[in-house]
Design a binder for this molecule. Structure first.
Ligand code: GDP
Length: 427
């Protein structure tokens, strides 16, 4: 049984908690895209963790965790994450890193920073983790796969050739200090030793695991609207955030994924620039931000305040469609308990016309939200364990969203802790 857990929106939908719940029942948990630029928040008996690259199964000894070929591997930051687990007394996790995974280089991170500096007020709101320069190099075929670390002569030679080109930009476009071959090579040799215990042919491992019908969880980062093809390009990330990419990013047959559990939050939040139709501002946004998540809506990686908005049925229906959602989890309904009335964005007004279809590019920029006002429930819903016990207004809110997005809402999350979950539809 292979399940993917992915986001319907702009990321931060609460995938971490849901992934953690399902990870426990899995034999293998896989990260198949993205890098250290986003993070899951996981709260369990060891404490609270922001996982950036480690798969969510690292807290369970029976799980093999895989960082697969589709990931942007930042080795120093991975080693730091492993150290943090050790410090919190989490037993050493079973971790495999694909020998085909490509490595985030120090100059990817620098170029990300230099480019945002150069763009100044035209910037995209990058997390400056080197993700865009990394994926550019991967597809320009000047990236480094993990296996290349182990042939030092070839590595040194390839690095010289790449730095020749990079240093033209460093010198003439960015006017920054030149990149030094020997220092970077020394870093890579150190990384080679650090990563060595984990390196494996994970594709071959997974062929066998699929044949043996093992329970596999594919863990998505960010959400559908950050996908480079179907998202709000260019305010997207640089690797596909869709379940459809998981077979490529992990090395499993496309038909093997049976369940695509898509996560959406009871309100919206987004980080970075770009269109966000149901966005709210001022005190209204501040209050929702302060009450959101488990300690306010601030980036797990960057600490940046997230942009806030009402639930958007247009964007979420589309997000579920492009994910191929087979079921939805609606998270954080507890956060809305303070509101007398809850606006929901149910349409976009573009040039005087109302549409329910999520548009591309310039039309999206012009869209204004059409809001429907739902009654609030004004009751703390944390601690409730069955759907029927939720206040009527909360049940209506969930049912309304389900009808709008057209995918069954199987689980409702009513608190950040893993036991705060209502099973609405059993598989
Ligand atoms: P991810 O990027 O999709 O994994 O999202 P995060 O893990 O960053 O989740 C966003 C925040 O919401 C975190 O602070 C979670 O602890 C929190 N969270 C998840 N589910 C719930 C919920 O049902 N209620 C509340 N109040 N917070 C939640």
């Amino acid at each position: 049984m292979i399940k993917a857990i992915v986001g319907a929106n702009w990321g931060d939908e609460g995938k971490g908690k849901i992934t953690d719940m399902f990870a426990e029942q899995s034999d293998i948990v896989i990260r198949f895209q993205g890098g250290a630029n986003a993070g899951h928040t996981i709260i369990n008996s060891y404490g609270k963790f922001a996982l950036h690259q480690l798969p969510s199964g690292v807290f369970h000894q029976h799980i093999t965790n895989i960082i697969a070929n589709g990931v942007a591997l930042n080795i120093p930051s991975l080693i730091k994450e492993l150290d943090q687990l050790r410090q919190a007394d989490v037993p050493k996790p079973k971790l495999l890193v694909s020998d085909r995974t490509q490595i985030v280089m120090p100059y990817h991170i620098l170029f990300d920073q230099y480019e945002e500096e150069r763009l100044s007020d035209r910037q995209f709101g990058s997390t400056k983790s080197g993700i865009a320069p990394f994926y550019s190099d991967k597809f320009a075929k000047i990236g480094f796969q993990v296996n290349e670390l182990y042939d030092e002569a070839a590595l040194s030679d390839k690095l010289s050739r790449i730095l020749e080109v990079k240093n033209v930009l460093v010198k003439h476009l960015y006017q920054k200090p030149l990149l030094e071959h020997d220092a970077i090579l020394a870093d890579m040799i150190r990384w080679r030793e650090q990563i060595h215990p984990y390196v494996a042919d994970t594709a071959a491992y997974l062929v066998k695991a699929v044949k043996e019908d093992r329970t596999i969880l594919l863990e998505g980062q960010l959400g559908a609207l950050k996908d480079p093809d179907f998202g709000i390009y260019p305010f997207t990330t640089s690797s596909s955030t869709l379940a459809g990419y998981a077979p490529v990013g992990a090395g499993i047959p496309p038909y093997a994924i049976k369940d695509i559990l898509t996560i959406t939050k009871a309100y919206s939040s987004a980080v970075g620039a770009g269109p966000f139709v149901s966005e709210i501002f001022g005190d209204q946004a501040d209050e929702l931000r302060r009450r959101g998540g488990d300690a306010g809506e601030y980036g797990a990686t960057t600490g940046r305040p997230r942009r806030m908005g009402w639930f958007d049925t247009v964007a979420t229906r589309y997000g579920c469609q492009v994910q191929g959602a087979t079921g939805v989890v609606l998270t954080a309904i507890d956060v809305l308990s303070y509101l007398d009335e809850i606006p929901v964005c149910t349409g976009y007004e573009i040039d005087g016309q109302i549409t329910h279809q999520f548009p591309s590019g310039h039309l999206l920029e012009k869209a204004k939200p059409v809001l429907k006002i739902m009654p609030g429930w004004k009751k703390d819903v944390r601690g409730i364990t069955s759907f029927d016990e939720l206040p009527d207004e909360a049940q209506q809110y969930v049912s309304f969203i389900e009808k709008e997005i057209g995918v069954p809402i199987k689980l409702v999350s009513n608190g950040p802790r893993r036991e705060e979950i209502i099973v609405r539809i059993k598989d």
